[in-house]
Design a protein around this ligand. Structure first.
Ligand SMILES: *Cc1c(COP(=O)(O)O)cnc(C)c1O
Length: 386
């Protein structure tokens, strides 16, 4: 497909930044040295990986030696959780939330089968967790806590500093899935009480297939991949130099654009939100209006089918998502909206629009024109009435 695409699905994946593509090209060509080799030819690869590690660390306020490159956000989440659990095998209690991405959700379900007791933190109607619940859930047997920084479906931002402080007080390792937050929110791990933090390249304009995991110095860790000495012995395997260069470059760019993300992109999102609510009756915002990512808009339209909305949007070249891409294909409303108690006749008609720095006012104008017509048309023919 080519021509005019309006890409409003940046929480699912993002386009590769032109600067990232340019930085990677030499490493898909003449610069193919193995960073572990001793001769000068490999020095370029070696330095490129070092530079990327410094760029990634800088975006997070971490030290370069605390960054491990991985293949994706899912691997980073899995690595952190298994590493921490295996380092304290006698503890059998795991705490997470009901609104996690499947990368953590499915792990929690797996741990339950493996004999762990899992506390699934609920959320209120805006998708917010309750800190007192966390404080109560932490016990002597708690092996670790894993919570997302920002929700991929609603954009809700979670109280990482507060939960981290509770964990630290009790000496419990704390992992944060920050895949949606990195590049959209300023993060400073020098002050944030977090032991592990996962991020992914393709959510911030690097290609798919690369991620990073922050491991605070001294945090318990058991490597899964053993072999060579790459990544300080945390993850064996020859470094994916082009991907790593891409991630580092994307991190540096993200740092430079974070201000724009929170001003221009946020204003576009707010404009789109205001106009949709003005023109469309019977819709509701999913998420916490006061504590949301600047780029994300999740709306439910009463008595219409989310999938039908997406199909009609697609006919106009508009890419959006109904809830989470990983759960589409099933007609169940997303686990996030269910956890928030969104009424059935609304949950089915939910659409997520997620913007990025490449989106324009013209695109917002177009979507704000088309979407109300689509909803009106679908409501005319809707078999659902309540
Ligand atoms: C996309 C996403 C992931 C998974 O990252 P991949 O790189 O696609 O494996 C994990 N958590 C959140 C919150 C995400 O949005």
């Amino acid at each position: 497909m080519s021509g005019k695409i309006i890409y409003f699905d940046n929480n699912a994946t993002t386009g590769v930044a032109p600067e990232v593509r340019a930085a990677v090209l030499p490493f898909l060509g003449e610069e193919y040295g193995n960073p572990s080799s001793m001769y000068r030819f490999a020095g370029t690869s070696q330095h490129a990986v070092q530079k990327a590690r410094a760029q990634t660390a800088a975006l997070l306020g971490a030290k370069p030696e605390e960054i491990i490159f991985t293949s994706c956000g899912t691997e980073s989440d899995s690595t952190a959780i298994f590493a921490a659990l295996r380092a304290r095998p006698e503890k059998k209690h795991f705490i997470t939330t009901r609104v996690e991405h499947p990368a953590v959700l499915a792990l929690g379900q797996y741990l339950e089968k493996e004999g762990y007791s899992v506390t699934w933190m609920g959320v209120d109607e805006k998708g917010r967790v309750n800190l007192e619940d966390f404080a109560r859930a932490l016990g002597r047997d708690t092996a670790m806590v894993s919570m997302m920084y920002a929700n991929n479906e609603t954009g809700n931002i979670y109280p990482v500093a507060e939960v981290g402080a509770l964990c630290r007080e009790r000496g419990v390792p704390f992992h944060v899935d920050a895949v949606q937050a990195v590049g959209k929110l300023p993060i400073d791990l020098a002050t944030l009480p977090v032991d592990y933090l996962a991020m992914s390249g393709h959510k911030l304009h690097a290609p798919k297939g690369v991620g990073a995991l922050y491991v605070r110095r001294g945090a318990p860790f058991r490597p899964f991949l053993r072999g060579g000495h790459q990544e300080g012995g945390h993850r064996a395997g020859t470094e994916a130099v082009p991907n790593i260069v891409a991630l580092g470059t994307a991190c540096e760019l993200a740092g430079r654009h974070i201000e724009e993300e929170n001003t221009r992109v946020k204003a576009l999102r707010n404009d789109l939100q205001r106009r949709l609510f003005e023109k469309i009756p019977d819709c509701r915002l999913n998420g916490d209006l006061d504590c949301r990512l600047p780029n994300t808009l999740n709306i439910s339209f009463r008595n219409v089918e989310g999938e039908a909305i997406l199909l009609l949007l697609d006919q106009h070249g508009i890419c959006a998502s109904s809830g989470s891409a990983c759960t589409s294909g099933s007609l169940e409303p997303s686990h996030v909206l269910r956890a928030m108690g969104v009424p059935f006749n609304y949950a089915h008609g939910s659409v997520r629009l997620s913007l990025c720095r490449y989106n324009t006012q013209e695109e917002v104008d177009f979507v704000a024109g088309v979407l109300p017509e689509i909803i009106a048309r679908l409501r005319e023919i809707s078999p659902f009435k309540d």
